[in-house]
Design a protein around this ligand. Structure first.
Ligand code: GLU
Length: 309
């Protein structure tokens, strides 16, 4: 793999990095509060010979909400659209990612989309396998295929830290169990979900995932299809409509690419037929998006004409 330092990119990173000072690392998951808020890293994967990076690119981070894209791919491949969308909707929400409000007011009580926590818990509940270990292993196998990196696993410390404090996610899951959206043991579901969220990688791995999604599910080296075309399209559409929390509309206007962020400060971008982007900067804005990461994408979008609209 020919990763090169991007000179232009390094200047944009320098410009965007000042914004990290105005953000705040997530602390509702205690382990995430230990992140260094000054980090900013970006990787652009444009095929095996054209990969550019800048900033603290070796830094590893947990995927958090970005993992929701991957679990959705897996269950859609396992069960198909009809089953999956009988449990979770397709509509964006203006509410925060961890809100319980719409679960109570919507009839039937199914989560609005798979990118908010309630929807993601319903999706994780559908991952096939007879044990939590087997389910996680199947998800990790998909991650290995998408990144070409078999060493990727989950960060146990972060997973435990979230599991011990996931009161809100527990509430969402129990609420959905009452309404028949999820089934089985809720503690086991939380265990799998927090491990899924704690899958750890660097921005180069993340950019490669973006590239596969951008290229309709095909591996950049072998051209073999990892994700069926229609599933790659579904997840990219969710990334556009719901990927950046309740700032997805503004992000679509200012940047205009399918993207998914996580409270660890990661952002996955997939520019159809062009490139995959991986960004990491843990200082967040009030909606939970990486502040410097978004600023960097805004500058990049203008400079490289990234918007798909
Ligand atoms: N594990 C996190 C949670 O469920 C993920 C949230 C996020 O990244 O938006 O709270």
């Amino acid at each position: 793999m020919a990763w090169k330092q991007g000179v232009d990119l390094a200047n944009m990173v320098k410009e965007a990095k000042v914004w990290a000072k105005s953000g705040k690392v997530a602390d509702y998951i205690p382990a995430l509060a230990e992140a260094n808020p000054d980090m900013l890293a970006v990787a652009i994967y444009q095929g095996t010979d054209h990969c550019f990076l800048a900033g603290n690119v070796e830094e590893k981070f947990t995927l958090q909400s970005i993992s929701k894209v991957l679990s959705l791919v897996l269950v859609l491949m396992d069960l198909g659209e009809d089953v999956v969308f009988s449990k979770v909707g397709m509509e964006p929400t203006g509410d925060p990612f961890n809100s319980i409000a719409k679960l109570e007011t919507n009839k039937p009580s199914k989560p609005l989309n798979p990118m908010i926590n309630a929807g993601a818990l319903a999706v994780t509940n559908m991952i096939q396998g007879s044990t939590t270990e087997e389910r996680l292993h199947r998800l990790l196998r998909l991650v290995h295929q998408l990144t070409g990196n078999e060493k990727i696993t989950f960060n146990e410390y972060v997973a435990n830290s979230e599991l011990e404090t996931a009161y809100l996610n527990r509430s969402l899951a129990y609420f959905m169990k009452q309404h028949g959206v999820v089934e089985g043991d809720i503690e086991e579901l939380l265990d799998l979900y927090t491990k899924q969220c704690a899958i750890e990688m660097n921005c180069m791995d993340l950019a490669r995932i973006g590239y596969v999604l951008a290229h309709e599910g095909c591996d950049p080296i072998t051209a073999k299809r990892i994700i069926p075309l229609h599933i790659a399209r579904i997840v990219k559409t969710f990334m556009v409509t719901c990927g950046m929390y309740n700032a997805s509309g503004e992000f679509a206007i200012r940047v205009g690419i399918p993207a998914k962020s996580g409270v660890s400060g990661g952002i996955l971008g997939a520019i159809p037929h062009r490139s995959g982007i991986g960004i990491y900067s843990p200082a967040l804005d009030e909606k939970g998006n990486s502040l410097a990461g978004i600023k960097l994408l805004e500058v990049m979008a203008e400079r490289y004409q990234l918007s798909i609209f």
